[in-house]
Design a protein around this ligand. Structure first.
Ligand SMILES: [Mg+2]
Length: 259
């Protein structure tokens, strides 16, 4: 008998766009910018340094704890922080500031109709993601939220994907260095959504795109954009490449042995 199947979705740039870059960090800078250290180097840059340091030390899950990092950065400088990032996300998780890709709702609706269980698998803590998915009306599609504060691991660590249990996991994400690397190393079915896929590739069936003669160049370009080492190339070859989320139905049909 076929194993039970589970689909996990990354959130940022796979399903939606969060308010961090456009609203949360700029407001934080406005609130802290009167202090000279934040005129010399903005809060976002300081937080990114702290984030990078934690990643380089292998503390992946804590590298996404933005409020703890904010407290550390402001505390070191002796500057009180008047607001939390969680509060700012709640404030800016509003229609017009956050949005869904247009292919998302039809695809989630279709999968729901097929009774496929779906979960969120994001490196963003639930406290920062949930206000956004609530605002966008997609929270109810998911049976669970798997995030680093809950699992103590983050993508691409293979342990992050242990939430699958003994189910066959199909993981969909936009980042090669997080989603595809992690899914491949956890022996899950990796599905890369790349909405900028060149037009000529879109004529090819989703299951044949990874055999395209230009695959290496495409992956190298994306790794470069992500700031990831090109040595990862062999480990980030996706099982499937989608240009639009509606193509996920093909993946399901194949993985359920219906094609
Ligand atoms: Mg993403």
């Amino acid at each position: 008998m076929a194993r039970d199947l589970l689909i996990s979705f990354d959130l940022d740039y796979t399903l939606m766009k969060n308010p961090f870059r456009q609203y949360v960090f700029p407001e934080l800078q406005q609130l802290l910018g009167a202090h000279p250290p934040f005129q010399e180097k903005c809060i976002r840059a300081r937080l990114k340094e702290e984030h990078a340091e934690r990643l380089s030390e292998g503390r992946l899950a804590s590298a996404y704890h933005w409020d703890e990092m904010l407290e550390k950065v402001t505390g070191k400088l002796g500057i009180p922080c008047p607001v939390s990032i969680q509060e700012l996300v709640q404030k800016h998780a509003a229609i017009g500031k956050v949005w869904l890709f247009s292919d998302v709702l039809p695809a989630l609706e279709k999968l729901k109709g097929m009774n496929i269980p779906m979960v969120v698998a994001s490196n963003g803590f639930e406290r920062y993601q949930r206000p956004v998915t609530d605002c966008l009306g997609i929270t109810s599609y998911f049976q669970g939220y798997y995030t680093p504060e809950r699992l103590s691991f983050a993508k691409p660590q293979p342990e992050f994907f242990h939430f699958r249990g003994d189910r066959k996991l199909i993981h969909v994400g936009d980042r090669l260095d997080h989603d595809i690397l992690g899914a491949n190393s956890a022996d899950a079915v990796s599905v890369w959504i790349y909405r900028e896929l060149p037009f000529s590739w879109r004529q090819i069936p989703v299951w044949q795109r990874k055999d395209h003669p230009q695959l290496v160049q495409l992956l190298q370009k994306k790794l470069h954009q992500e700031g990831s080492p090109l040595q990862l190339l062999d480990q980030v070859i996706p099982r499937y490449i989608l240009s639009s989320l509606d193509e996920i139905v093909w993946v399901l049909q194949i993985e359920r042995g219906e094609r």
